[in-house]
Design a protein around this ligand. Structure first.
Ligand code: RP5
Length: 153
């Protein structure tokens, strides 16, 4: 059963989000991937948010570019933690998506990562930290990764 739901606003977001999937796999975290647009397929976004918890999802990573309302819209339909990843690719190079995600009005939180690939990677690591509170296996896999960093540089 998938613990992490990775949602992206467009198929065109898949390449930059691949590192997140690679990291989740390396850490032994089951995940699912869906392309859902908050503006093109709003009903799908609503259903996803409403049903995610009952399907066993515990953390949602939501990535989008431009006026990136997907993380906030999903957050409006669920109380699961939402990790937003702002993506570049527009004329504004991700500043638009960054501001859209990081500037959620008070009351409905969305965690905002860095723009692009770094954000995709950190979204997976943050998901591991959250899930590690409950799952020892995930915490240990994540701690192993963190320990290995100490010999890197
Ligand atoms: C957002 O608009 C998506 O997340 C994507 O980053 C961007 C462009 O999407 P496409 O027009 O390439 O499908 O909704």
């Amino acid at each position: 059963m998938s613990l992490v739901g990775v949602v992206m606003g467009s198929k065109s977001d898949a390449e930059v989000m691949q590192p997140a999937l690679d990291i989740l796999k390396e850490l032994g975290i089951d995940y699912e991937v869906n392309v859902i647009s908050a503006h093109r397929t709003p009903e799908k976004a609503r259903q996803y948010g409403l049903e995610a918890r009952s399907r066993g999802i515990e953390v949602i990573i939501a990535a989008a570019g431009r006026a990136a309302h997907l993380p906030g819209v999903l957050a409006s339909w669920t109380t699961l933690p939402i990790i937003g990843v702002p993506l570049a690719g527009s004329e504004l190079k991700g500043i638009d998506a960054l501001y859209s995600i990081v500037q959620m009005p008070a009351g409905i939180p969305v965690a905002c990562m860095a723009v692009g690939a770094a954000g995709a990677k950190n979204a997976a690591y943050l998901a591991a930290e959250i899930l590690g509170l409950k799952y020892d296996k995930i915490r240990k896999a994540y701690e192993k990764y963190r320990s290995a960093l100490q010999g890197d540089r």
